[in-house]
Design a protein around this ligand. Structure first.
Ligand SMILES: Nc1ncnc2c1ncn2[C@@H]1O[C@H](COP(=O)(O)OP(=O)(O)OP(=O)(O)O)[C@@H](O)[C@H]1O
Ligand SMILES: [Mg+2]
Length: 381
Protein backbone atom coordinates (compact mmCIF):
# COMPACT_ATOMS: atom_id res chain seq x y z
CA UNK A 1 0.00 0.00 0.00
CA UNK A 2 1.37 3.37 -0.86
CA UNK A 3 -0.35 6.61 -1.52
CA UNK A 4 1.68 9.66 -2.34
CA UNK A 5 0.02 13.03 -2.03
CA UNK A 6 1.48 16.37 -3.08
CA UNK A 7 -0.22 19.52 -1.82
CA UNK A 8 0.79 22.80 -3.46
CA UNK A 9 4.39 21.69 -3.65
CA UNK A 10 6.78 24.43 -4.82
CA UNK A 11 10.46 24.62 -5.60
CA UNK A 12 12.35 27.90 -5.71
CA UNK A 13 16.02 27.31 -6.45
CA UNK A 14 16.34 31.10 -6.44
CA UNK A 15 13.95 33.41 -4.61
CA UNK A 16 10.97 34.35 -6.75
CA UNK A 17 11.92 31.92 -9.50
CA UNK A 18 9.72 28.82 -9.39
CA UNK A 19 11.05 25.62 -10.96
CA UNK A 20 7.85 23.94 -9.70
CA UNK A 21 4.75 25.84 -8.66
CA UNK A 22 1.72 24.60 -6.68
CA UNK A 23 2.05 20.99 -7.75
CA UNK A 24 -0.93 19.11 -6.31
CA UNK A 25 -1.67 15.46 -7.02
CA UNK A 26 -3.10 12.39 -5.29
CA UNK A 27 -1.21 9.33 -6.48
CA UNK A 28 -3.16 6.20 -5.64
CA UNK A 29 -1.76 2.84 -4.66
CA UNK A 30 -0.45 0.88 -7.67
CA UNK A 31 -0.74 3.74 -10.11
CA UNK A 32 1.77 4.18 -12.90
CA UNK A 33 2.06 7.97 -13.04
CA UNK A 34 3.95 9.60 -15.89
CA UNK A 35 5.42 13.11 -15.84
CA UNK A 36 5.88 14.65 -19.29
CA UNK A 37 6.67 18.14 -20.52
CA UNK A 38 9.36 20.11 -22.34
CA UNK A 39 12.94 20.20 -21.11
CA UNK A 40 13.27 22.31 -17.97
CA UNK A 41 9.57 22.19 -16.99
CA UNK A 42 10.30 20.70 -13.55
CA UNK A 43 9.79 16.94 -13.96
CA UNK A 44 13.06 15.83 -12.37
CA UNK A 45 12.82 18.48 -9.68
CA UNK A 46 9.39 17.18 -8.65
CA UNK A 47 10.62 13.58 -8.62
CA UNK A 48 13.68 14.57 -6.60
CA UNK A 49 11.52 16.39 -4.05
CA UNK A 50 9.42 13.25 -3.64
CA UNK A 51 12.60 11.18 -3.22
CA UNK A 52 14.03 13.64 -0.70
CA UNK A 53 17.05 14.51 -2.84
CA UNK A 54 15.83 18.10 -3.09
CA UNK A 55 14.26 20.29 -0.37
CA UNK A 56 10.61 21.23 -0.78
CA UNK A 57 10.41 25.06 -0.71
CA UNK A 58 6.71 25.16 0.10
CA UNK A 59 3.74 22.78 0.29
CA UNK A 60 3.31 19.28 1.70
CA UNK A 61 4.38 15.80 0.71
CA UNK A 62 2.42 12.92 2.26
CA UNK A 63 3.38 9.27 1.90
CA UNK A 64 0.86 6.85 3.39
CA UNK A 65 -0.68 9.49 5.64
CA UNK A 66 2.66 10.69 6.96
CA UNK A 67 3.93 14.19 6.32
CA UNK A 68 7.33 13.49 4.79
CA UNK A 69 8.75 16.91 3.88
CA UNK A 70 11.57 16.53 6.39
CA UNK A 71 12.14 12.77 6.20
CA UNK A 72 15.55 11.53 5.11
CA UNK A 73 15.50 9.92 1.65
CA UNK A 74 16.25 6.53 3.19
CA UNK A 75 13.28 6.81 5.57
CA UNK A 76 10.74 7.45 2.81
CA UNK A 77 10.68 3.84 1.61
CA UNK A 78 11.07 4.80 -2.04
CA UNK A 79 13.50 3.52 -4.66
CA UNK A 80 14.85 5.70 -7.43
CA UNK A 81 16.13 4.51 -10.82
CA UNK A 82 18.08 7.05 -12.83
CA UNK A 83 18.85 7.51 -16.48
CA UNK A 84 22.49 6.61 -15.84
CA UNK A 85 22.06 3.30 -14.09
CA UNK A 86 24.54 3.40 -11.21
CA UNK A 87 26.00 -0.09 -10.85
CA UNK A 88 29.06 -1.05 -8.82
CA UNK A 89 31.59 -1.95 -11.54
CA UNK A 90 33.70 -4.25 -9.35
CA UNK A 91 30.79 -6.34 -8.18
CA UNK A 92 29.06 -9.06 -10.14
CA UNK A 93 25.41 -8.76 -11.04
CA UNK A 94 24.70 -10.93 -8.00
CA UNK A 95 26.69 -8.55 -5.79
CA UNK A 96 24.92 -5.53 -7.20
CA UNK A 97 21.52 -7.05 -6.59
CA UNK A 98 22.46 -8.25 -3.11
CA UNK A 99 24.03 -4.99 -2.00
CA UNK A 100 21.00 -3.28 -0.45
CA UNK A 101 20.10 -6.44 1.47
CA UNK A 102 23.68 -6.89 2.75
CA UNK A 103 23.63 -3.34 4.07
CA UNK A 104 20.47 -4.27 5.93
CA UNK A 105 22.26 -7.33 7.28
CA UNK A 106 19.84 -9.84 5.81
CA UNK A 107 20.81 -13.51 6.16
CA UNK A 108 22.73 -15.28 3.39
CA UNK A 109 19.83 -17.58 2.58
CA UNK A 110 17.34 -14.71 2.45
CA UNK A 111 19.64 -12.74 0.15
CA UNK A 112 20.15 -15.74 -2.10
CA UNK A 113 16.43 -16.40 -2.38
CA UNK A 114 15.58 -12.78 -3.16
CA UNK A 115 18.39 -12.25 -5.67
CA UNK A 116 17.28 -15.30 -7.63
CA UNK A 117 13.65 -14.28 -7.49
CA UNK A 118 14.35 -10.79 -8.83
CA UNK A 119 16.78 -12.14 -11.43
CA UNK A 120 14.10 -14.56 -12.59
CA UNK A 121 11.51 -11.80 -12.95
CA UNK A 122 13.94 -9.70 -15.01
CA UNK A 123 15.35 -12.68 -16.92
CA UNK A 124 18.94 -12.03 -15.90
CA UNK A 125 19.58 -15.24 -13.92
CA UNK A 126 22.18 -16.40 -16.45
CA UNK A 127 24.12 -13.16 -15.93
CA UNK A 128 24.52 -13.28 -12.15
CA UNK A 129 28.28 -14.02 -12.27
CA UNK A 130 29.11 -11.29 -14.77
CA UNK A 131 30.49 -7.84 -14.06
CA UNK A 132 28.56 -4.80 -15.41
CA UNK A 133 31.24 -4.14 -18.05
CA UNK A 134 30.26 -7.42 -19.72
CA UNK A 135 26.58 -6.49 -20.04
CA UNK A 136 24.61 -4.79 -22.80
CA UNK A 137 22.82 -1.51 -22.12
CA UNK A 138 19.48 -3.20 -21.67
CA UNK A 139 20.95 -5.81 -19.34
CA UNK A 140 22.59 -3.12 -17.19
CA UNK A 141 19.26 -1.33 -17.07
CA UNK A 142 17.58 -4.49 -15.85
CA UNK A 143 20.18 -4.96 -13.13
CA UNK A 144 19.63 -1.35 -12.03
CA UNK A 145 15.89 -1.93 -11.89
CA UNK A 146 16.53 -5.23 -10.08
CA UNK A 147 18.55 -3.55 -7.38
CA UNK A 148 15.70 -1.10 -6.90
CA UNK A 149 13.05 -3.83 -6.77
CA UNK A 150 14.89 -6.00 -4.28
CA UNK A 151 14.44 -3.44 -1.54
CA UNK A 152 10.68 -3.83 -1.86
CA UNK A 153 10.08 -0.09 -1.80
CA UNK A 154 6.67 1.45 -1.32
CA UNK A 155 7.07 3.09 -4.69
CA UNK A 156 9.53 3.44 -7.55
CA UNK A 157 10.65 6.78 -8.89
CA UNK A 158 12.17 6.56 -12.35
CA UNK A 159 13.76 9.44 -14.22
CA UNK A 160 13.98 8.62 -17.94
CA UNK A 161 15.31 5.14 -17.19
CA UNK A 162 15.25 4.00 -20.81
CA UNK A 163 16.61 7.07 -22.54
CA UNK A 164 20.11 5.63 -22.99
CA UNK A 165 18.89 2.57 -24.84
CA UNK A 166 18.50 2.14 -28.58
CA UNK A 167 14.99 2.08 -30.06
CA UNK A 168 14.63 -1.70 -30.12
CA UNK A 169 15.83 -2.26 -26.55
CA UNK A 170 13.65 0.57 -25.39
CA UNK A 171 10.60 -1.06 -26.88
CA UNK A 172 11.53 -4.35 -25.18
CA UNK A 173 12.17 -2.73 -21.83
CA UNK A 174 8.92 -0.81 -22.10
CA UNK A 175 7.02 -4.07 -22.30
CA UNK A 176 9.11 -5.48 -19.42
CA UNK A 177 8.24 -2.47 -17.30
CA UNK A 178 4.54 -2.87 -17.97
CA UNK A 179 4.75 -6.52 -16.89
CA UNK A 180 6.82 -5.62 -13.88
CA UNK A 181 4.30 -3.05 -12.77
CA UNK A 182 1.58 -5.72 -12.82
CA UNK A 183 3.70 -8.31 -11.05
CA UNK A 184 5.01 -6.08 -8.29
CA UNK A 185 1.65 -4.39 -7.67
CA UNK A 186 3.44 -1.23 -6.72
CA UNK A 187 3.22 2.49 -7.37
CA UNK A 188 5.53 3.91 -10.04
CA UNK A 189 6.26 7.54 -10.83
CA UNK A 190 8.04 7.81 -14.13
CA UNK A 191 9.54 10.72 -16.06
CA UNK A 192 9.87 10.39 -19.81
CA UNK A 193 10.23 12.32 -23.05
CA UNK A 194 8.88 9.41 -25.03
CA UNK A 195 5.27 9.68 -26.24
CA UNK A 196 4.87 5.95 -26.64
CA UNK A 197 6.11 5.23 -23.12
CA UNK A 198 3.77 7.85 -21.73
CA UNK A 199 0.73 6.61 -23.64
CA UNK A 200 1.29 2.89 -23.10
CA UNK A 201 2.64 2.70 -19.55
CA UNK A 202 0.75 5.39 -17.72
CA UNK A 203 -2.43 4.87 -15.74
CA UNK A 204 -2.42 8.67 -15.68
CA UNK A 205 -0.20 11.27 -17.32
CA UNK A 206 0.77 14.59 -15.75
CA UNK A 207 1.58 17.23 -18.38
CA UNK A 208 3.79 20.05 -17.07
CA UNK A 209 4.87 23.36 -18.55
CA UNK A 210 7.09 25.97 -16.89
CA UNK A 211 6.78 24.29 -13.49
CA UNK A 212 2.97 24.22 -13.61
CA UNK A 213 0.75 21.17 -14.04
CA UNK A 214 -1.44 21.65 -17.12
CA UNK A 215 -3.56 18.50 -17.01
CA UNK A 216 -3.69 15.14 -15.24
CA UNK A 217 -5.63 12.45 -17.06
CA UNK A 218 -5.63 8.90 -18.35
CA UNK A 219 -3.71 8.66 -21.64
CA UNK A 220 -6.83 8.31 -23.78
CA UNK A 221 -8.71 11.17 -22.12
CA UNK A 222 -5.66 13.38 -22.47
CA UNK A 223 -5.41 12.50 -26.14
CA UNK A 224 -9.09 13.03 -26.87
CA UNK A 225 -9.82 15.93 -24.56
CA UNK A 226 -6.78 18.17 -24.09
CA UNK A 227 -7.58 21.05 -21.77
CA UNK A 228 -5.58 23.66 -23.68
CA UNK A 229 -3.53 24.39 -26.77
CA UNK A 230 -0.27 23.37 -25.11
CA UNK A 231 -1.44 19.90 -24.10
CA UNK A 232 -3.11 19.43 -27.49
CA UNK A 233 0.15 20.16 -29.28
CA UNK A 234 2.38 18.27 -26.87
CA UNK A 235 0.57 14.92 -26.80
CA UNK A 236 0.46 13.03 -30.09
CA UNK A 237 2.95 12.41 -32.88
CA UNK A 238 2.83 13.78 -35.52
CA UNK A 239 1.40 16.67 -33.60
CA UNK A 240 -2.16 18.01 -33.86
CA UNK A 241 -2.60 20.42 -36.79
CA UNK A 242 -3.58 23.99 -35.92
CA UNK A 243 -5.35 26.60 -38.07
CA UNK A 244 -6.53 30.16 -37.59
CA UNK A 245 -10.31 30.02 -37.67
CA UNK A 246 -13.44 32.03 -37.01
CA UNK A 247 -16.68 30.96 -35.32
CA UNK A 248 -19.95 32.43 -36.48
CA UNK A 249 -23.56 31.63 -37.30
CA UNK A 250 -24.78 30.96 -40.83
CA UNK A 251 -28.46 30.39 -41.55
CA UNK A 252 -29.05 29.42 -37.92
CA UNK A 253 -26.21 26.89 -37.83
CA UNK A 254 -22.92 27.32 -35.99
CA UNK A 255 -20.01 27.19 -38.37
CA UNK A 256 -16.22 27.41 -38.12
CA UNK A 257 -14.43 29.03 -41.04
CA UNK A 258 -10.82 28.04 -41.61
CA UNK A 259 -8.84 31.15 -42.53
CA UNK A 260 -10.69 33.85 -44.40
CA UNK A 261 -14.47 33.16 -44.53
CA UNK A 262 -14.39 34.29 -48.18
CA UNK A 263 -12.38 31.15 -49.00
CA UNK A 264 -15.39 29.11 -47.97
CA UNK A 265 -13.48 26.46 -46.04
CA UNK A 266 -15.95 25.65 -43.29
CA UNK A 267 -17.11 23.04 -40.83
CA UNK A 268 -20.62 22.90 -39.37
CA UNK A 269 -21.00 22.11 -35.67
CA UNK A 270 -23.83 20.13 -34.18
CA UNK A 271 -25.34 19.27 -30.80
CA UNK A 272 -23.43 20.16 -27.67
CA UNK A 273 -20.42 21.39 -29.64
CA UNK A 274 -22.60 23.86 -31.47
CA UNK A 275 -24.02 25.12 -28.15
CA UNK A 276 -20.58 25.49 -26.57
CA UNK A 277 -19.20 27.33 -29.58
CA UNK A 278 -22.19 29.70 -29.48
CA UNK A 279 -21.76 30.24 -25.74
CA UNK A 280 -18.01 30.68 -25.66
CA UNK A 281 -16.77 31.75 -29.06
CA UNK A 282 -19.58 33.45 -31.01
CA UNK A 283 -18.09 35.72 -33.70
CA UNK A 284 -14.60 35.17 -32.33
CA UNK A 285 -11.29 34.21 -33.89
CA UNK A 286 -10.18 30.85 -32.53
CA UNK A 287 -7.48 28.26 -33.11
CA UNK A 288 -8.84 25.09 -34.67
CA UNK A 289 -6.99 21.86 -33.90
CA UNK A 290 -7.36 18.51 -35.64
CA UNK A 291 -5.29 15.35 -35.42
CA UNK A 292 -3.81 13.80 -38.59
CA UNK A 293 -6.12 10.75 -38.30
CA UNK A 294 -9.27 12.90 -38.09
CA UNK A 295 -8.81 14.31 -41.58
CA UNK A 296 -10.23 12.11 -44.34
CA UNK A 297 -10.24 11.71 -48.08
CA UNK A 298 -13.58 11.91 -49.87
CA UNK A 299 -14.51 8.21 -49.89
CA UNK A 300 -13.89 7.83 -46.15
CA UNK A 301 -15.66 11.10 -45.36
CA UNK A 302 -18.69 9.91 -47.33
CA UNK A 303 -18.65 6.58 -45.51
CA UNK A 304 -18.55 8.40 -42.16
CA UNK A 305 -21.34 10.69 -43.39
CA UNK A 306 -19.32 13.81 -42.64
CA UNK A 307 -18.80 15.06 -46.16
CA UNK A 308 -21.90 17.24 -45.93
CA UNK A 309 -20.87 18.97 -42.68
CA UNK A 310 -17.42 19.95 -43.84
CA UNK A 311 -16.31 21.62 -47.02
CA UNK A 312 -13.37 19.70 -48.38
CA UNK A 313 -10.11 21.55 -48.62
CA UNK A 314 -8.33 21.14 -51.92
CA UNK A 315 -4.62 21.03 -51.11
CA UNK A 316 -1.36 20.14 -52.80
CA UNK A 317 0.64 17.33 -51.21
CA UNK A 318 4.13 18.59 -50.35
CA UNK A 319 5.50 15.32 -48.95
CA UNK A 320 4.42 11.72 -48.64
CA UNK A 321 5.60 9.17 -46.06
CA UNK A 322 4.60 5.59 -46.64
CA UNK A 323 4.95 3.57 -43.42
CA UNK A 324 3.38 0.33 -44.56
CA UNK A 325 0.30 0.26 -42.36
CA UNK A 326 -0.43 3.95 -42.90
CA UNK A 327 0.58 6.81 -45.13
CA UNK A 328 1.21 10.38 -44.01
CA UNK A 329 0.60 13.19 -46.47
CA UNK A 330 1.80 16.71 -45.73
CA UNK A 331 0.36 19.96 -47.05
CA UNK A 332 0.94 23.67 -46.42
CA UNK A 333 -1.85 25.98 -45.31
CA UNK A 334 -1.60 29.33 -43.53
CA UNK A 335 2.19 29.20 -43.93
CA UNK A 336 2.49 26.02 -41.85
CA UNK A 337 2.91 22.35 -42.69
CA UNK A 338 0.10 19.99 -41.70
CA UNK A 339 -0.13 16.21 -41.62
CA UNK A 340 -2.90 13.81 -42.64
CA UNK A 341 -2.88 10.12 -41.85
CA UNK A 342 -4.57 7.95 -44.48
CA UNK A 343 -4.94 4.32 -45.44
CA UNK A 344 -1.87 3.17 -47.43
CA UNK A 345 -4.07 2.44 -50.43
CA UNK A 346 -4.17 6.20 -51.03
CA UNK A 347 -1.95 6.84 -54.02
CA UNK A 348 -1.73 10.64 -53.99
CA UNK A 349 1.87 11.57 -54.76
CA UNK A 350 3.93 14.62 -53.87
CA UNK A 351 2.88 17.56 -56.06
CA UNK A 352 -0.63 16.16 -56.66
CA UNK A 353 -3.87 17.60 -55.32
CA UNK A 354 -6.29 15.99 -52.89
CA UNK A 355 -9.61 16.97 -51.26
CA UNK A 356 -9.55 16.63 -47.49
CA UNK A 357 -12.47 16.58 -45.06
CA UNK A 358 -12.23 17.44 -41.34
CA UNK A 359 -14.37 15.36 -38.99
CA UNK A 360 -16.60 17.95 -37.22
CA UNK A 361 -16.91 15.69 -34.15
CA UNK A 362 -13.14 15.54 -33.77
CA UNK A 363 -12.10 19.15 -34.18
CA UNK A 364 -10.88 21.12 -31.17
CA UNK A 365 -11.35 24.86 -30.77
CA UNK A 366 -9.12 26.97 -28.54
CA UNK A 367 -9.76 30.47 -27.25
CA UNK A 368 -7.08 32.74 -28.70
CA UNK A 369 -6.55 34.68 -25.47
CA UNK A 370 -6.65 31.98 -22.79
CA UNK A 371 -5.61 29.11 -25.12
CA UNK A 372 -8.17 26.95 -23.30
CA UNK A 373 -10.31 24.42 -25.12
CA UNK A 374 -13.81 25.69 -25.86
CA UNK A 375 -15.22 22.15 -25.77
CA UNK A 376 -13.51 21.00 -22.58
CA UNK A 377 -15.38 19.85 -19.43
CA UNK A 378 -19.02 20.29 -20.42
CA UNK A 379 -18.35 17.88 -23.20
CA UNK A 380 -16.57 15.29 -21.09
CA UNK A 381 -18.82 15.31 -18.02
N1 LIG B 1 20.23 22.85 -8.75
C1 LIG B 1 19.57 23.78 -9.46
N2 LIG B 1 19.75 25.11 -9.23
C2 LIG B 1 19.07 26.05 -9.92
N3 LIG B 1 18.17 25.77 -10.86
C3 LIG B 1 17.92 24.47 -11.13
C4 LIG B 1 18.60 23.41 -10.45
N4 LIG B 1 18.17 22.23 -10.95
C5 LIG B 1 17.26 22.53 -11.89
N5 LIG B 1 17.11 23.87 -12.00
C6 LIG B 1 16.17 24.56 -12.91
O1 LIG B 1 14.84 24.17 -12.58
C7 LIG B 1 14.07 24.00 -13.76
C8 LIG B 1 13.47 22.59 -13.79
O2 LIG B 1 14.53 21.66 -13.96
P1 LIG B 1 14.27 20.09 -14.06
O3 LIG B 1 15.58 19.43 -14.02
O4 LIG B 1 13.28 19.71 -13.03
O5 LIG B 1 13.62 19.98 -15.51
P2 LIG B 1 13.13 18.68 -16.30
O6 LIG B 1 11.68 18.86 -16.57
O7 LIG B 1 13.53 17.44 -15.59
O8 LIG B 1 13.92 18.85 -17.67
P3 LIG B 1 14.62 17.72 -18.61
O9 LIG B 1 13.50 17.18 -19.44
O10 LIG B 1 15.56 18.53 -19.44
O11 LIG B 1 15.28 16.72 -17.75
C9 LIG B 1 14.98 24.30 -14.92
O12 LIG B 1 14.75 25.63 -15.33
C10 LIG B 1 16.37 24.14 -14.34
O13 LIG B 1 17.29 24.99 -15.01
MG1 LIG C 1 14.91 15.90 -16.02
Amino acid sequence: MSEIVLRNVCKEYEKGNFAVKDFSLDIHDQEFIIFVGPSGCGKSTTLRMIAGLEDISDGELWIDDQLCNYFDPKDRGLSMVFQNYALYPNMTVYGNLAFALKVRKASKSEIDEKVHKVARILEIEHLLDRKPAALSGGQKQRVAIGSAIIRRPKAFLMDEPLSNLDAKLRAQMRIELAKLHKELETTIIYVTHDQTEAMTLGTRIVVMKDGVVQQVETPIELYNHPVNLFVAGFIGSPSMNFFQAHVTEENGRMVVFIGNPKDGKKIYLEGRRSELARLRAMDQDVTLGIRPEDIHEYADAAELGIEKATVGMNVTVTAREMLGAEVFLYFDEQKKTHAVRLHPKNQTMTGEKIDLYFDPKKIHLFDQNTEESIFYREETV
